[in-house]
Design a protein around this ligand. Structure first.
Ligand code: XMP
Length: 323
């Protein structure tokens, strides 16, 4: 009979049999899939696994530091290298507003950061295997996505590495569905905080700033988002929601009043959906007192936002993300 303990041991054997004295490198985001994949590979090969994380400047508030602390404490002995690429991302994204263009730039910069991280480790490419946290639904989705007409948004991942960087790929999660990945994570000793997390898209806050991305708009959004998620966790709603996040409308300004002063600032949208597969989704029926508290906190605490709205659109016809 199939069980997670045996599956885990089998994947460890496979990884070790492919190693032949090489190293495994992999980009870790701190999401469920990459965290579980990292825990598995570290368990198999210890410091022959060299994980790194790219700080794109488009992550959640303090995310690089928090993920490093969390994973290093939950995966004893593993060292996560953080590569700060925030300057490159803000520089190349300046003035860009078109969603697909943003995605392409972010994807390209991610590959460049990836290449830099590997070269800083001082390991020749031919001595490295590449870890990817691909799941079974990703495998199905990429083979059923036939033509450009069916592609609504370009999803980026490190699958698109340039030829000069081609490495043999290992995908220990490719037979698993999401709930099985969570079970494997528990088997590997990861706590609930690491295995029960909402997904976060590769382009990060970049596709939640509806307009130009820069440090100011990214900081504004990550602050609002942080308050939102904190309140959802405190009130127990986080675990009932499939995905929740804030969106910033940097080109829209609305008039408000603060004390005796007129304000003229940005609008922040709150989005929360329930879903089983992210192909369809319903907006989450959030209690009004929870919304009221989040709205008050964001308007009072985040400089540059004076209005908060709740998104009541389901997918389809709206997508989950705004871009
Ligand atoms: P949509 O907006 O298409 O989102 O309804 C469905 C799910 O996919 C995530 N998403 C992305 N994930 N790169 C990613 O890694 C992307 O470019 C991207 N775009 C959307 C989204 O967060 C949701 O979970």
């Amino acid at each position: 009979e199939w069980n997670m303990h045996d599956f885990c041991q089998k994947q460890i054997d496979i990884i070790m049999s492919k190693l032949h004295g090489k190293y495994v490198v992999g980009a870790v985001s701190g999401g469920v899939d990459s965290s579980v994949a990292a825990a598995l590979v570290h368990k198999a090969i210890g410091d022959r696994f060299r994980p790194f994380m790219v700080d794109t400047g488009l992550l959640r508030k303090d995310e690089a530091r928090i993920v490093k602390e969390r994973l290093e404490s939950h995966i004893p002995g593993m060292k996560l290298k953080v590569l700060d690429a925030t300057g490159d991302f803000y520089k190349e994204l300046a003035g860009v507003t078109e969603p697909e263009k943003k995605r392409k730039i972010i994807g390209r910069l991610f590959v460049e950061a990836f290449e830099k991280a590997v070269s800083e480790m001082g390991l020749p490419h031919e001595d490295c295997l590449l870890l990817q946290g691909t799941l079974y639904p990703d495998v199905i989705e990429s083979t059923s996505y036939k033509g450009p007409s069916s592609v609504i948004k370009t999803h980026h991942n490190v699958g698109g590495l340039p030829d000069r960087m081609k490495m043999e790929v290992i995908e220990p999660l490719r037979l698993l569905f999401k709930d099985e990945v969570r079970a494997l994570g528990r088997e590997l000793g990861l706590p609930v905080t690491s295995v029960m997390r909402h997904p976060f898209p590769g382009p990060g806050l970049g596709i939640r700033i509806i307009g130009e991305i820069n440090k100011e708009t990214a900081d504004r959004l990550s602050h609002a988002d942080d308050i939102y998620i904190e309140e959802l966790r405190k009130t127990g709603h986080y675990d009932k929601i499939g995905q929740a996040f804030a969106v910033l409308l940097p080109t829209v300004r609305s008039v408000g009043v603060m004390g005796d002063h007129r304000t003229y600032e940005n609008v922040c949208i709150l989005r929360a959906v329930t879903t089983t597969d992210f192909m369809t989704a319903d907006w989450y029926d959030m209690p009004h007192d929870v919304l009221a508290r989040i709205s008050n906190r964001i308007i009072n605490e985040v400089k540059g936002i004076n209005r908060v709205c709740y998104d009541v659109s389901s997918k389809p016809p709206a997508t989950i993300e705004w871009e």
